[in-house]
Design a protein around this ligand. Structure first.
Ligand code: BTN
Length: 317
């Protein structure tokens, strides 16, 4: 992370003299002043006083790698951040990086997606500066059959981070996050694999954060954290805490230690105990969701008592 920015962030709301900065950074006071101006151009509100020096008053609510990095407490996830002001889809970029053999844990973030993708060939509404659009590249050495539970566990990581901020999320199978019955977050997991080995997994999530309104056509099913809590969230900090929660769970998953997490997913499930209609490709059936299995599959009881495991698909409740 940029050292000047790190110092200003640590001393937010307090002055630091140009002289001190120039000696810490080993550059002239004129060079400090130039770099301060460059930060201002990136949206940092920095006050300057001849007598006192410089004070960072406010950092912008942007997902800039330096800002996310300032709050990040992970070892792997987000250690490499690829940032876009605007992009088609972060999952598409992530795929290119994964094929190019980037490090595990690399993330792609954007302030806006102009062709954000959802599951089942849907789009994903991604307005500028309002949400978090992020794709994480993972390289777990596991067989394909282990992936459905991973997507559940990533949903849990996001839900845990939201819980820590006073939100009350539920997880709708397979891995939507809902608040007060409406969706705030969707996850799109894509992978490249052979029969017995996964090459990479891309988990893209879109979280509606500070949206003041949700457009008419989706407003009955979608919401934002702001709309549900009346609170604005500082996105770089929120993203860093989501990555931390996901990393804790992902590390346990790679060590085969996930049963406790699956129980937690169940305890936060918006689906268990509900009548559901499962749509998986051309297959469609109804029943009652009775359990989430250790594999991540949803167990459905039909009216005649027969049980089916849904591995993938979409559920409407
Ligand atoms: C869904 O619920 O249908 C999944 C939505 C996933 C949206 C995210 S936003 C970041 C990443 N990039 C995309 O194009 N899609 C995912």
């Amino acid at each position: 992370m940029d050292k000047l920015l790190e110092i200003l962030m640590e001393k937010r709301g307090k002055y630091i003299s140009g002289e001190e900065l120039s000696s810490i950074l080993g550059i002239t006071r004129t060079a400090v002043w130039k770099r301060i101006n460059a930060l201002r151009e990136r949206g940092f509100d920095i006050k300057a006083e001849t007598k006192n020096g410089y004070m960072l008053q406010q950092a912008p609510d942007l997902l800039l790698p330096d800002l996310v990095g300032f709050y990040l407490k992970t070892d792997v996830l987000g250690r490499e951040i690829v940032y876009y002001d605007s992009i088609g889809s972060t999952n598409e970029v992530a795929k290119g990086l994964a094929i190019g053999n980037c490090d595990e844990g690399t993330i792609v973030v954007a302030e806006e997606q102009v062709s954000g993708r959802g599951r089942i060939s849907r789009g994903w509404y991604s307005p500028k500066f309002e949400g978090i659009y992020c794709s994480i590249i993972l390289k777990p050495s596991v067989p394909i059959s282990e992936i459905p539970k991973l997507t559940q566990l990533i949903g849990l990581g996001i839900a845990r981070a939201l819980q820590k901020r006073g939100i009350n999320p539920l997880i709708k199978w397979p891995n939507d996050i809902v608040v007060n019955g409406k969706k705030v977050c969707g996850i799109l997991t894509e992978m490249a694999a052979e029969m017995d080995a996964v090459h990479y997994v891309i988990t893209g999530f879109g979280l509606n954060v500070n949206n003041r309104r949700i457009p008419g056509e989706i407003s009955s099913i979608a919401t934002s954290l702001y709309l549900e809590s009346g609170e604005e969230f500082y996105r770089p900090e929120l993203l860093a805490s989501i990555l931390k929660e996901i990393e804790i769970i992902y590390t346990a998953y790679k060590g085969g230690d996930y049963n406790g997490f699956i129980s937690e997913v169940k305890s936060m499930s918006a689906t268990i105990g509900r009548k559901v209609r499962v749509i998986n490709g051309r297959m469609e059936y109804t029943g009652t969701a009775v359990d989430i299995l250790p594999s991540g599959a949803l167990l459905i009881e039909h009216d005649d008592g027969e049980l089916t495991e849904a591995q993938a698909g979409d559920v409407s409740v």
